[in-house]
Design a protein around this ligand. Structure first.
Ligand code: APR
Length: 258
């Protein structure tokens, strides 16, 4: 039963109709998708950058100048929050879409590893992953869970200072993540943009690339963003943890009733 998308007033129903007919779906996620897992966002209500200047605590130059300060002001707290975070229904909703054959890849700006923990099988980590700390001298990777933060900044066996295996402001995006994200964004016919303020480049260019290549952009966010109404054709305004299960249910109904 194919419903004319224009006949449906409910945006979730319209989004489900688009997704159920889609051939190649990709998701771009940001900090907002993990808010319901207890991880604060960076911008907007309760945002980390409302309390501290990212250039002071999350820029590579700030880390090089004073790693102890960056560890004490940012990284220690991140470790505590991420250690106890678990996937929420927004993450598991993306896994359900993948299992319905309606999502291929998640491009995430998040470093919390929650998409993989939820079961997503193809995740591009645009800003790296906080699960690992890298030695600034020898490059050895250490599982963050095993790093003793009684001593700040923590050190490698070689004496080098450890840093998160994430992208600081002022650093390049890992080449493979960048190239794959651009390719996948240009080849999809639907992009789900979930929980991002779309303020940080080059991640925020992915919806533009998708749109330029004819994709429909469905945006899930309780607040409007620079994409809303310009790039995203269909904003679903609300919390991702509430919207995603409803969206998955509506897609399932369509796929079960040919
Ligand atoms: N569900 C969906 N979206 C939400 C929710 C929720 N429950 N709660 C908040 N949001 C939205 C906010 O309205 C905001 O638009 O999530 C977005 C979070 O925006 P940011 O905190 O800016 O996160 P993000 O877009 O991922 O930031 C990009 O900036 O500081 C860097 O490296 C950091 O990867 C990060 C990048």
């Amino acid at each position: 039963m194919m419903i004319d998308p224009n006949m449906l007033s409910d945006p979730i129903e319209r989004a489900a109709d688009i997704l159920s007919q889609a051939k190649s779906v990709v998701a771009l996620t940001g900090a907002g998708i993990s808010v319901e897992s207890g991880i604060p966002p960076f911008r907007g209500k309760g945002g980390l950058w409302e309390k501290m200047d990212p250039m002071e605590v999350a820029h590579i130059d700030a880390f090089i100048e004073n790693p102890e300060r960056v560890w004490n002001l940012l990284i220690k707290e991140m470790k505590t929050v991420l250690d106890r975070a678990r996937p929420n229904p927004a993450h598991t909703g993306l896994v359900d879409l993948e299992r319905l054959g309606k999502l291929a890849t998640v491009i995430t700006q998040n470093v919390d590893g929650l998409h993989q923990a939820a079961g997503s099988s193809d995740v591009i980590e645009f800003h790296g992953n906080f699960a690992w700390q890298r030695c600034t001298e020898c490059g050895q990777l250490h599982p963050t869970a095993e790093v003793d933060i009684a001593r700040i900044p923590p050190q490698c066996d070689c004496g080098g200072i450890l840093r998160p295996d994430c992208v600081f402001f002022g650093e390049m995006i890992p080449t493979e993540a960048m190239v794959r994200s651009q390719q996948i964004s240009s080849g999809c016919d639907v992009m789900l943009v979930i929980g991002t303020s779309a303020m940080v480049q080059p991640a925020a260019s992915m919806p533009f690339i998708a749109r330029e290549n004819g994709a429909r952009i469905i945006e899930i966010n309780p607040e409007p963003t620079p994409l809303t109404g310009r790039i995203s054709n269909l904003p679903l305004m609300g919390d991702a943890g509430r919207i995603m299960p409803q969206l998955v249910e509506a897609v399932k109904e369509r796929l079960d009733s040919p």
